[in-house]
Design a protein around this ligand. Sequence first.
Ligand code: GTP
Ligand code: MG
Length: 255
Amino acid sequence: MAKSKFEYVRLFEADDRCLPNTWIVIRVDGKGFHKFSTEHEYEKPNDIKALSLMNRAATSVMEEFKDVCLAYGQSDEYSFVFRKETQAYSRRSAKLSTNVCSLFTSAFVYYWNEHFPTSKPRYPPVFDGRTVLYPSNQNIRDYLSWRQADCHINNLYNTTFWALILKGGLTPAEAENKLKGTLSGDKNEILFSQFGLNYNTEPEMLRKGTVLVRRKVPVALPNGGTREKSQIVQEHVDIIGDEFWNTNSHLLTVT
Ligand code: GTP
Ligand code: MG
């Protein structure tokens, strides 16, 4: 069939394919979750139900996008790392980020009830999404280290801030003042000496965030034997040091 005279407008669509042979990270982040968490009565400083819901939504993304080899989440954000050589959507940046972001958001709502059984979302949650490229293995490791360091810094601050308010009776302004200029050692000391809390024994999911990876796990067969099956598992481990990457060297190897 002859093309219509309007066909030429297609040429206005920019080619946004990501550079070959680079790590593609799609990061989603909750829009205005300071307000969303308050409106939905998230526990302070951390709400395990809310973080578990984030992990469930991210698992849906990994189930759908097989080329995501690792995801890392904390607070209201999740990063999805696509294999360097992925050909998903011909590596088109907007296709990747909008599909990941849209699936993450709909899964967040779809599974809401499993984590908050007694309430409905009061308004539709929104997540933004962006694509960032990292050329080297060191770059992608540094990116993930940056997000996990952010998790640590924020969580130590928030844990101390809310202990001062909820257990110490300070106002938010007083707590903020008390923490101004403190280093991490000072915050650990406040938690321990004033509230008997050893920060290092706080749950790892809160201190380290969540890593999602695929692992072969044995599943039971009807005849009594087992077979290995690839499953998406949650781990709350350090990804800044070398140990994780030495044990999981396949993640950074082009296959
Ligand atoms: P934009 O992302 O710029 O739209 O703003 P934002 O309000 O979402 O802030 P940001 O993404 O920087 O930070 C996330 C915010 O979500 C935190 O500052 C908290 O207020 C809130 N939040 C995330 N997780 C929890 C939680 O487990 N408990 C509580 N109480 N709040 C949380
Ligand atoms: Mg946010």
